[in-house]
Design a protein around this ligand. Sequence first.
Ligand code: MN
Length: 153
Amino acid sequence: MRTYKVAQGAGHPGDEQKLVDEEARKAGLPPARVPKLFTGTVWGEVQMPRENGACSNKVTFAPGARSAWHRHEGGQMLYGLAGNGLVVTRSGEVTRIFDGVVVHACPKEEHWHGAMPDSFMTHLSCELVGETEIYDEVTDSDYAAAVEKARSL
Ligand code: MN
């Protein structure tokens, strides 16, 4: 049995960038850009680090904070724990997420998740296999449109 210390703060994307910079420097290559996973302040708590493909994280988004567009090779299960948020797919589907709601992002389905503008949102995130590919940031206007749609549900 193992226990894990909770890692808090919005530093995850920056930490990843530092690692890539260090690897590039060692290899004598110019620095590469790591796609930014989050807009706004997000706190991540590792519950089970990625080993053999699977991982589990508790993630809290400040009001208005959201992930970039991304997809999980093997899909992802999101379990709402607190607050109010939304999950949005490239096809335009918008789902609200809050305490007790389970949302599955299908394998390779492009989506983003985040908090509503007037609420924090905490979810559990579980992935079984594969990599996460990160794409473009969710613009303020796309975020606002998705929020409006979520409020109409
Ligand atoms: Mn996701």
